[in-house]
Write a protein that binds this ligand. Structure first.
Ligand code: CTP
Length: 138
């Protein structure tokens, strides 16, 4: 049996327990986990705010996690483009994105490539946005 290559991608700003749970769960599904870390320009283009922690530092933190086998810094949300480089068998995303039009389309695109889209449980009550908001009160 050949090894299953898994892929997940995110911003991972102000690394928190939701990120860790997602990555830990992803590694349960595959033999080799590649994590894409969105660069600062990409994040600003779709979240309309710059990450607090610069991409090089976010990537270094993700690289140090024992469940992660490889990190790629990404400048696109187009998973077909990334698949051309990484050739993953499965792709993971938190189930907060279930029903989202972009991810529905990604699921279809991935199917055509023989890649399985797996939604993993979202961790409630934490996010980079929530942390940002909390910091305003200090
Ligand atoms: N994620 C999760 N549980 C959380 C927060 C994020 O499972 N509480 C997952 C997302 O679904 C995604 C990955 O972690 O698969 C990276 O998400 P990212 O957007 O980097 O983190 P958020 O904390 O959601 O950032 P933001 O608040 O800016 O949207």
């Amino acid at each position: 049996m050949s090894k299953v290559i898994g892929y997940t991608q995110g911003t991972f700003d102000m690394f928190h327990i939701g990120h860790l749970n997602l990555i830990k769960n992803a590694k349960r599904h595959c033999d080799y986990l590649v994590v894409g870390v969105n660069d600062d320009v990409l994040v600003e283009s779709y979240k309309k705010k710059r990450p607090i922690v610069p991409v090089k530092e976010r990537a270094e933190i993700i690289r140090a996690i024992k469940y992660v086998d490889e990190v790629v810094i990404t400048s696109t949300l187009d998973k077909k483009e990334i698949w051309n480089q990484v050739r993953f068998d499965e792709i993971y995303i938190g189930d907060d994105w279930k029903g989202n039009a972009r991810w529905e389309k990604t699921g279809e695109d991935m199917k055509e490539l023989g890649v399985r889209l797996v939604f993993l449980p979202y961790t409630k009550d934490t996010s980079s946005t929530m942390l940002r908001e909390k910091l305003k009160d200090f």
